[in-house]
Write a new protein. Sequence first.
Length: 263
Amino acid sequence: MEDNRNNWIVSYPDDGNSVCYDLEDASFWYQHRNECLVAAMKADGFPAEFYDIGGGNGITALAMQQAGYDVTLIEPYLTGVRNARKRGIVKTVHSTLEDYVSMGYEPVPAAGFFDVMEHIENDKEFLRKINQLLVPDGRIMLTVPAFNSLWSENDVQLGHFRRYTLADLTQLLSETGFEVKYKTYFFSLVWLPMWVTRVLVEKFGIKKKNTPQKKKNEHMAGRPRTARLLRSLLHWEINAIRRRVSIPLGTSCLIIAQKTREM
């Protein structure tokens, strides 16, 4: 598939995968998110065969692959596919979700899309495509940014269309043939710092360009001790997710749902 974005439905910076690839391995954010996702998969008893939709450079697919899951990464950006292969992702497909579904492959038992849906203007149509991808009773897991109260110029620059609440997602999934089995917020300790550094400063007319260096600083990619400290402070969330406890606040939403009807 050619990297022709004219027919894509995804809003994402052209250099997004390249910028992220340089910081993902050292990022407290990616590492904590991956640990939460693997904990959620194991707690829910996800099947071994799993499809990572829009999986970028394969940082999450790698964590799942290392945890014993048979992961196939589906990614529209060729840069992402190549980076994922460098990381050792065994199964990669260079395709958009729309093209992949239209090819008529056998339905899959489980899929995930992590910080993908906020980049898609018609999220309901995207979920219908996900529904079509799955076998009856197939399962999905997803993450998205949480709370419109955290909306800032950073979201605009990243190509986000919206942020979500768990209630928003529950309703949207119900409308597209899914039943939510578990839902929680996470990155709870990041909520206030994010509001102060992104939302509050903008109230004073200060808007910061989302440069690669800014992203590196926010992910603590160049500060390993601080990154380890943050992961340590957030570790309780992993244990809560293992016990399927719902965390009431955070900068991200995590949902597990099951397909209940065809769309």
